[in-house]
Design a protein around this ligand. Sequence first.
Ligand code: NAD
Length: 280
Amino acid sequence: MATLIDGKDVAAKLRAQIAAEVETLDPKPGLAVVLVGEEPASEIYVRLKQKKCAEVGIESFKHELPEKTTEDGLLALIDKLNKDEKVNGILVQLPLPKHINKFKVMDAVLPEKDVDGFHARNIGLLVQGQQGLQSCTPRGVMALLKAYDIELAGKEVVVIGRSLIVGNPVAQLLMNENATVTICHSRTNDLSLYTKKADVIVSAVGRKNLVTADMVSEGAVVIDVGTVRDGTKLCGDVDFENVKEQCSAITPVPGGVGPMTIACLLENTLLAYKMQKGGA
Ligand code: NAD
């Protein structure tokens, strides 16, 4: 029976550390959250992020813009937030309406306030292995692996998914820890050929039962980033019930990577604050 990698527990400990450090700071770190349009899922995420900010003493400022907001209108708000000393981190909730170029928006946020780690400069620093702000979910995955002492150097890791938000940066972070990384994606011909050889599998796709027990080698570690609505329930990419009998450690969905994403957003906001004050 596999070890259950408890993201709720690791995230709670990380939040407690952040809260203790924030307590000593004056002024408090501030996070601006920008929401364009009325996507219900985004509204839920934004509310949760604000709630978690409040719990650790980080101030949050919510900016809601209508769906029809122009790209220039959004860029003007980002410019204002870039100049606002009370704002240490800026998060623009994705997805954005189609008429707005998300890359322009990502690169408009000052790199030192880019708590999502999406700015081209922060992605460059990640590739260089230098300190910058890194994408929250990939950081969360790495923090879970570290919390459970999962060795990465020299290990074969398969990342499924190549998005800019998860797959790509997590592969880079794993490589920075000296893992041998293979990235699989929607055009990979035989996914199981790769997963069967892996010591660690990180799946970030969003497809129920994509990873089944026959695709996982005995004793592998399985990190499930995927989130799929299954009726009223939430599930991941991995056939959890069967894969857990096969692997050595596994994250559940919910309660695995999800809580880590928000905890890492809070950690990034604190790090951004310290970088801006010259303390990091
Ligand atoms: P995305 O849609 O941008 O990327 C999905 C990736 O999966 C693509 O790179 C695609 O090539 C790959 N893919 C699609 N079908 C595939 C297949 N059959 N075999 C192999 N690869 C396939 O999504 P994303 O933003 O990277 O998110 C991925 C999943 O992670 C989603 O379910 C999302 O909801 C979830 N997610 C969870 C958290 C969290 O905090 N738990 C955070 C971010 C994303």
